[in-house]
Design a protein. Sequence first.
Lengths: 231, 183
Amino acid sequence: MSFEVALEQFSGPFELLLQLIEQEELSITDVSLSRVTESFLQHIDKTEATGDELADFLLVATKLLLIKSRILLPVKDAEEEDTSNLALQLKMYKEFAELSKHIEKQFNANVELFPREKADVIVQTELVIPDGLSVIAMEISFSKLLKHLEPFFKLQHVAMERVMSVKERLQEIREAIMERARFSFREILGSGHTKVDVVISFLALLELVKQRVVNVVQSDSFSDIDIHRVD
Amino acid sequence: MLTTNIEAILFAAAKPISKEQLRKQFEISPEVLEESVADIQNRYNNATSGIHLLEHEGKVQFVTNPDAAESVTTFLKKDATSPLTKPSLETLTVIAYRGPVTRPEIEQIRGVNCGIILRNLLIRGFIEEEQDKTKLQMVYTVSMDFMRKLGLTHLEELPQFEAFHENKSIDQLLKDLPTDDVV
């Protein structure tokens, strides 16, 4: 970035070159290019340039040195193209630099053309009933919606019930164990129990064990569990 | 009737409308459309008309008369655009006169890397970038916004536009682009 500051007044190597040539009141030829080579190099020397821009300045510098060397030591059969190109390029650049002055003038001339800011968008303000809308269709839609939501309601219901039941069952077992010092897990379940009942009862039992209200003994896997009150 | 309808659409749409879109809507040939557009231009683009027709890159849009810019700016309380730096200005000039133009072509004319400047100009909305299908490269043109900022209803209004837009010696120089582009 420091390079940009140092060469701030130049938009690129061509502008620097052009300025050097114009200072000497020369026209753009290989000879005049070779004459400003030294000052061009001095300008580059003064910068701590990095990056692409430095590369471009250096590229021009090498071209200048080549031109200069050709003039000092004319060699026949050398590729003329390369050297004459720089002069041509510079001439072309000069023309565009001239044109850019007009663009700049126009840009700052306050001659802006204003378009309309916003299109008139057609806004529907009246109530538009969509095709095929009827009371029956609305009812069908609403039942469909409810059906969609059903699994969600069910799920919540079950979750709520289970929380309640564990608490209740725990209370039941606690009361039972206070009356009788011991009984079995199957007795708690009674007949006609569901899988959920078993799970809830078991959870309640575990909680009571944790609270050190009861002790449990199971003689074998899947056999009945004996429950004693802790005295 | 056709011209009337096109004129009405351009007024109502309030944004750049592509001529192709108009052509399709009315199912007309490009020649017939050009006639209508020319008719509208002839009636609007003169000193006494407050509205002008801007035409650029196949798009048309109704805009205000450049001479009215000051009044409109004041009335709409528009902020002035920040000035252009010299590199931006040069790059825009090259794109305006030579567009659609590739980045290597711009750099050949300016003799310096233009990547950052092009990106800034794109961000500021002064130029547009498009993939050229035959060159398989990005090509750049100035934007509608840039045209409006310069008060141009046609790029041809730029001084010596034709001389530089189609210039054999520039074409020749741009042809000699280094092909061993190391980026």
